[in-house]
Design a protein around this ligand. Structure first.
Ligand code: AMP
Length: 218
């Protein structure tokens, strides 16, 4: 199964991608994670990307598309993958289509997580991430067993720089201006499916499982 998860920041794409990858043995490809890793390792791409990310702006297409196409070519993605946070512009969508055509691995489905602003704000302000393994928690929705400590690996939980209130507003604006038109783009390609991003993790998984069954993907 080859999927793109589309939706505003805080729609739950990363969390749901984790659940789907575990259940269906898919590879999780998150440009946000790749970029944060590059920033942490101080790579040339990371240094360039950092200032955009801190402001909640999109990192230039060349950097992000380069990272993701390299991953798609290098990793074993034949069993399927989930793209989370990519594409975010029409140009990225076109680059992706060309790369996947070359690999003969076209997308099966794009799932758009339709999410209310209230949910987005609550999710982003309460989100905490494990510094060591990247697992996502939420102070009230998905709390760790021990405050500030990752259940999975014992790593320290932190709040992303761009999950501060001032930056969140800009990220939502950037999504509305530069990414939301991909809903129409994929609708025209007849591979778009809509699900409610307001649902809890398990409820949303049940809805998606049903959608995949109906579409013959599982
Ligand atoms: P995310 O973890 O998906 O919320 O991404 C965090 C930040 O990384 C975004 O606010 C952007 O600055 C950058 N980023 C992630 N994916 C992309 C992308 N496909 N295009 C441009 N910038 C991206």
């Amino acid at each position: 199964m080859r999927l793109v998860l589309l939706g505003p920041p805080g729609a739950g794409k990363g969390t749901q991608a984790g659940v789907l990858c575990k259940n269906y043995s898919l590879m999780h490809l998150s440009t946000g994670d790749l970029l944060r890793e590059a920033v942490k390792n101080n790579t040339p791409e990371g240094v360039q990307a950092n200032s955009y990310m801190d402001k909640g702006e999109l990192v230039p297409d060349e950097i992000v598309a380069g990272m993701i196409t390299e991953k798609l070519k290098k990793e074993d993605v034949n069993a399927g993958f989930i793209l989370d946070g990519f594409p975010r512009t029409k140009n990225q969508a076109e680059i992706l289509e060309a790369a996947l055509n070359e690999l003969r691995l076209p997308l099966d489905m794009v799932v758009y997580f339709d999410t209310s602003e209230e949910t987005i704000l609550k999710r982003l302000t309460g989100r905490r991430i494990c510094r060591a393994c990247g697992k996502i928690f939420h102070i009230t929705n998905i709390p760790p067993k021990k405050e500030g400590v990752c259940d999975a690996c014992g790593g320290e939980l932190y709040q992303r720089n761009d999950d501060k209130e001032e930056t969140i507003k800009n990220r939502i604006e950037v999504y509305n201006k530069q990414t939301s038109n991909l809903i129409d783009y994929y609708q025209q390609k007849k591979i778009l499916n809509k699900a409610s991003g307001d649902l809890g993790v398990d409820e949303l998984f049940a809805v998606l499982k049903n959608t995949f069954e109906r579409s013959g993907l599982i």
